[in-house]
Structure formats: C-alpha cells, structure tokens
Design a protein around this ligand. Structure first.
Ligand code: 3BY
Ligand code: FES
Ligand code: FE
Length: 419
C-alpha cells in the first residue's frame, strides 16, 4: 500500500483524543476555519432562518454563510426559493439589505432584472446573440422543516434531510411555525470559534452557576445525568412538583404531542436530537415568572402548560418550542475566532406587541443567557490561545452531547479530507 503523506489537517484529526475537547488549532487556525467552511458549512444542511422571515410574496431575506451570500425569497406562488446573491452580469451583490420586499430582483449596477423564480427577464443593450435564459440566478438548495429553513451549498445535499424531516416534523408541527411572526431578533458576535459556541450549547453543566435567569424556568437538567442521578432527579421533581419526566412524556404523547427523546446527534449526516421536557414553576414558558409571555398561544393549544420542546441540529442550530412562543438560534462562523449567534423570538402572527405580549418579558431570559454564554465562550477562546492549553475531558454524565457534537464534526471532516 502506498504510504501517502498526511496533511496537517489529517494529522490534527488523528490527534483528537476520544471524549476530549479538540486540539487548539481547531479553535484558532484560519486554515481549519477554511476547511470548516468548505466541508461542514459547504456540504451539510445549514439552519438559517424561518419561513416568517419571508412571510409574503416578494419578501427577501439575505443570509451569509462565510463568503457566500444567499437570497431567500417567497415567490408569487408562495414557494420559498433560494439563490446566490450574485448578479450574473458582472457579479455585483444583488440585494444589500438584510430584509426587503420587491416585485423583481433588480441589480443596482446595470439593472439586470430577475423575477422571483430567478429567471433573467430584462437586460438592456446586450446585443442580438445574448441569451437571457443562460443567465438566471444560480439556485441554492433550500428545505423547510415545518417552517424552519435549511440551505445546502453542496451540488448534492445529504439525502437524510428527509429522514430528519419525517421524524422531527410531528414534534414541531403542533407549534405551527408558519403561523408566527418574528417579534424580535438579536445578533451577537461571540468572541470565539463557532465550535466553542456549539459545545457551550450542548451542556448544562455550566447552567447552575452561570444562568440565574434560565434556571428559573428550566430545570437544572443535566442533559444526561447518570441513571442514578436521573432517578434521583425524577424523585425530587415528583416530590416538589408532582411531575415525573417519564410520566409527562406519556401524557403529552396521549394528547398528540410527540415528546420522547430522539437522539441522532452522531449517527446521521443530517444529525439532530429532540425531547420535550417539563418546565419549572408555573411550567408555561421561558420567562422569569415561568408564565406564558404571549396571550395568543401557538397552534391550536388551549393551555401553555406543555413543557418545552427542544430541538438541536448539527452543525449549527438549536430551538425551544413553547406553548406561547418559539426561540430559535443559528450559529455562523465569521472568522476563526468570532461567530454570529442569531436568535429569533417567534409569536403568533396576530399577536400585538404591548397588548398580547411585552417584548422585554418575552426576551429577557434568553438575552441574558446569550450574554452569559458569549462570555463563557470568550473565556475558552482565550484559554485555547495559551501554550498551556491541552484538550480536557468531557464529563461522561453531563457533557455527552458535547462529545457527540465533536464526534460528528471529526467524523464529517474525516469523511471529506481523510484521516
Ligand atoms: O439552549 C440549550 O439548548 C441549552 C440548554 C440550556 C443551556 N443551553 C444553552
Ligand atoms: Fe448586475 Fe451589471 S453587475 S447588472
Ligand atoms: Fe449556557
């Protein structure tokens, strides 16, 4: 067999110790980030936003994944489509606002005009041999999972999106994302590599000591305590609140709300996890008084006491579906050491601010939590820069999902670059 020399990236992938955080270059190196953009963000289904971002025909929302700018539009037939935001004339950026509403897409440079299906319908002075039909906008693969929008930049996207949609769809559908509006969006730049933002999201080991607001509605749930700890946790809840996680699952399922855990975080290409969990206190929402923040409930819900349905996807999203609102998060790398965390709060589309909900009450838990998490991510980024950093062990009881994220990442990278 040929003994081929390994590339630095292959060497790094081989260095990863099972059950441990990554070698420092994975968090620091611009070359690794470039590989992440090519192989992770360039070849997988990436969560970018929600159908309510483009609620009406002619609405356009721009999402940037690294150097790639994508225009998501709702066409005249109500279909959501995605195109590269690059004019086919001399390549000008077509749409510059993050959100806009248009009849057609008109390039600001020489006014080439594309309809909402991406066809070039107008281009002056191009001479007799010019074929408009050869210069339509380049399409981008886009799929809606019950209103959550995922794009894929690969020529041939992973086919198991369908499986994720089939299995997750029934969990999300009752919350009716398509019938919501974006009440608020926050964009923060976290001072860390995108993988540190994701690792931080995948555990609640840090929650008790860092998230005084989040732990009001959320049980200090360990994301996988040991079986003994889980029994203890169940017992304590049963005593304090009369609610047993396993019993709640059965009740919710009987009400037509799929609730049981599905965990495919490191077993699929389009990897995901979901579970519906009870909430603390009044048990209604992610608010400081644990009651619904919005009077108009989502879907057909008659009560907000539904616990919280959480959904996590690799490589870049997590979502919390409550009875009265939805909080949805995407992470996009900006460079090796900075990431964009975008959070949207969705409420019923007919809910009126100041009447049905108060924006501060709706957003306070997660705005505070995001700031706290951002700081923690920054601490890890600073640590990774030190020559003293070495990969440390994940807790087998509370950091299994972090390990699964990293296992998925390393596995997907190895699949594309070899190991
Ligand atoms: O949002 C999440 O999925 C997790 C749960 C609690 C902390 N963390 C950000
Ligand atoms: Fe768009 Fe010329 S670059 S019309
Ligand atoms: Fe956190």
């Amino acid at each position: 067999m040929l003994d081929l020399p390994t590339t630095p990236l292959q060497q790094l992938l081989r260095q990863r110790l099972p059950g441990h955080s990554l070698p420092a270059p994975f968090y620091l190196s611009p070359e690794v980030l470039e590989a992440d953009m090519a192989h992770i963000f360039g070849k997988h289904w990436i969560y970018v936003g929600v159908e309510p971002d483009v609620a009406e025909a002619g609405d356009v929302a721009i999402f940037d994944i690294g150097k790639t700018s994508i225009a998501v539009v709702r066409d005249d037939d109500g279909e959501v489509r995605a195109f590269h935001n690059v004019c086919r004339h001399r390549g000008a950026r077509l749409v510059t606002d993050e959100k806009t509403t248009v009849g057609n897409l008109v390039c600001p440079y020489h006014s080439w005009t594309y309809n909402l299906a991406g066809d070039l319908i107008h281009a002056d002075h191009m001479g007799p041999g010019f074929k408009r039909s050869c210069h339509g906008l380049k399409p981008v693969h886009i799929r809606s999972l019950e209103g959550l929008l995922f794009v894929c930049l690969a020529d041939e996207p992973p086919v198991d999106f369908d499986e994720m949609a089939r299995r997750l769809g029934p969990y999300i559908a009752p919350h009716n994302v398509r019938n919501t509006k974006v009440a608020f969006q926050s964009d923060i730049i976290e001072p860390g590599n995108w993988k540190l933002t994701m690792e931080n999201n995948r555990e609640c080991y840090h929650c008790g000591t860092n998230h005084p607001e989040l732990t009001v509605p959320l049980f200090a749930y360990g994301f996988g305590f040991s079986p003994e700890e889980m029994d203890e946790f169940d017992r304590a809840n049963a005593e304090r609140y009369g609610c047993l996680i396993t019993k709640n699952h059965a009740e919710w399922e009987a009400e037509g709300l799929p609730s049981r855990e599905i965990d495919e975080l490191d077993t699929m290409v389009t990897a995901f996890r979901t579970e519906r969990l009870p909430l603390d206190g009044e048990g209604e929402s992610h608010t400081l008084d644990t009651k619904a923040a919005c009077k108009k409930l989502l879907g057909d819900f008659a009560s907000a006491k539904l616990g919280g349905l959480s959904v996590w996807t690799q490589p870049n999203s997590w979502h919390h579906f409550l009875g009265d609102h939805i909080v949805t998060f995407s992470v996009l790398p900006l460079d090796a050491e900075r990431s964009l965390l975008r959070t949207k709060w969705l409420v019923h589309k007919d809910a009126v601010e100041g009447v049905d909900y108060d924006l501060e009450n709706l957003t306070s838990v997660w705005l505070a939590t995001n700031d706290q998490d951002s700081e923690l991510v920054g601490l890890c980024q600073q640590g990774a820069r030190s020559p003293a950093y070495e990969p440390g062990p994940y807790s087998p009881n509370t950091e299994m999902l972090v390990d699964k994220f990293i296992n998925w990442y390393v596995g997907r990278m190895a699949e594309h670059v070899g190991r």
